[in-house]
Design a protein around this ligand. Structure first.
Ligand code: FDA
Length: 392
């Protein structure tokens, strides 16, 4: 049986970072992944340019049953640390918006950086390899892999969440937690497009492709970003962000014209030119197709002069404060991340070690720490992976 100090399951962002750090400490490390290539989610992320961190990453950008759990790891390995790593490797980057940092070139540069750092610190990478069985023994863990047996002192679970099963996401990390009596909180798709009831969808489907800057709100949480009408419902950053806070049956509020009081704008337009059609007045503020659809949905096709203040207020409200209940979400098929996961009460926040199982670690998305859209999830993967790499 081959012996390693550390076996990492999952050659994603968190697993590779952990392997590099453990390798630096002189630990013998094996990273296994059932996929044919490492870091596939890194490769497809950020439209192929990888939004690898966020300048403003702080604990308030993360959701978890225990919001303070992420503080220690995010402090120990910060966005500045990762930016320095990227720069040391000559990878050019830029800030796109809201502190989101992307490669100028390709996300493959980040994958290559991690793979080559693993290699230079002696970590072995085995792809197309699956885990058939894990047993605990006096020396740590015995793993039956598809290509033979290995023994390790420390086992790091870095196999991500359930999002995008087509890319090999399995939920295997939660099964390992269950096997060793580590709790898992309820999991659900997050950063995911929302779907609409059939009648509302039929009304809005012609708007597919229309984008507006909006404020999306659910309860006390709100995000000001772009949103997009799609053939299935609503998407775009504002919707993905709010989806992480939304629960079935709850209402979402959308302000499709955040900087303006549309009622006052329409009143002024009516005073200036009462013969103007409502949809023309709306089109001064909104994309033409959206303006048309709003005018039609209000059964309001006349001139502005035909509208009372009450009628204008109703139209304005449907833009400044549109409230609706989504039918659901598009689920793990398209969700960027999984909300929930390995219960942080069972983990040490400094090292990511399971409190009751010496030598067992959970890092990255498999843990119940979920970031906002905008590079936060990779920062969590780097920070938690780095911490486990100092200890495993
Ligand atoms: P990750 O999922 O990256 O890696 C897990 C690894 O484990 C995979 O290589 C998988 O093959 C392997 N694995 C799974 N089950 C296994 C098993 N049973 N046996 C062996 N191996 C197994 N975040 C961000 O900050 N910026 C961004 O730009 C984006 N963009 C983005 C786009 C899309 C389309 C998605 C789906 C997601 C993003 N994200 C993102 C989220 C980000 O990709 C995610 O949070 C991290 O990849 C999580 O890193 P982990 O290493 O924890 O898991």
């Amino acid at each position: 049986m081959q012996q390693f100090d550390v076996v990492v399951i999952g050659a994603g962002a968190a697993g590779m970072m952990c392997a590099i750090e453990a390798g630096k400490r002189g630990r013998s490390v094996l990273v296994i992944d059932h996929a044919r290539a490492p870091g596939e989610k890194i490769r497809i992320s950020g439209g192929g340019r990888c939004n690898f961190t966020n300048l403003h990453a702080s604990p308030m950008n993360f959701l978890s049953a225990n919001p303070s759990f992420c503080i220690s790891a995010l402090r120990r390995y910060t966005q500045t640390d990762f930016i320095a790593l990227v720069e040391r490797n000559g990878i050019a980057w830029h800030e796109k918006t809201l502190g989101q940092l992307f490669c100028d070139g390709s996300s493959r540069q980040i994958v290559d950086l991690l793979v080559s750092d693993m290699r230079s610190h002696g970590a072995e990478l085995r792809l197309s390899t699956s885990v058939e069985r894990i047993d605990r023994n006096a020396e740590g863990f015995a793993l039956a892999l598809s290509d033979g047996a290995v023994q390790c002192a420390s086992l790091v679970v870095a196999c991500g969440g359930k999002s995008i099963p087509k890319m090999g996401a399995t939920g295997f990390g939660y099964d390992i937690a269950a096997q060793f009596g580590v709790s898992v909180t309820e999991t659900r798709p997050a950063l995911v497009p929302l779907t609409l009831e059939p009648t509302m969808l039929a009304r809005l489907a012609p708007l597919a492709g229309v984008a507006v800057d909006a404020v999306a709100a659910c309860g006390k949480t709100q995000f000001a970003e772009a949103m997009l009408f799609t053939h299935r419902g609503l998407s775009g950053p504002a919707i993905l962000q709010i989806s992480s806070y939304w629960r079935e049956g709850e209402e979402i509020g959308l302000n499709l014209l955040p900087a303006r009081d549309l009622f006052e704008e329409l009143r002024a337009a009516r005073a200036a030119n009462g013969r103007q059609a409502l949809h023309t007045a709306l089109a001064a503020h909104l994309p033409k197709r959206l303006a048309q659809a709003i005018a039609e949905s209000e059964g309001a096709t006349g001139n502005l002069a035909d509208f009372s203040d009450k009628a204008l207020r109703r139209v304005a409200q449907s833009v400044n404060d549109w409230r609706f209940k989504p039918a659901g979400s598009e689920g793990y098929r398209t969700a960027e991340v999984t909300l929930g996961g390995v219960d942080t009460r069972d983990l040490d926040s400094r090292t990511m070690a399971a409190r009751t199982v010496p030598g067992l670690y959970f890092i990255g998305e498999v843990v119940d720490v979920t970031g906002w859209l905008g590079g936060y999830n990779f920062q969590w993967a780097w920070s938690s992976g780095w911490c486990a790499g100092q200890a495993a």
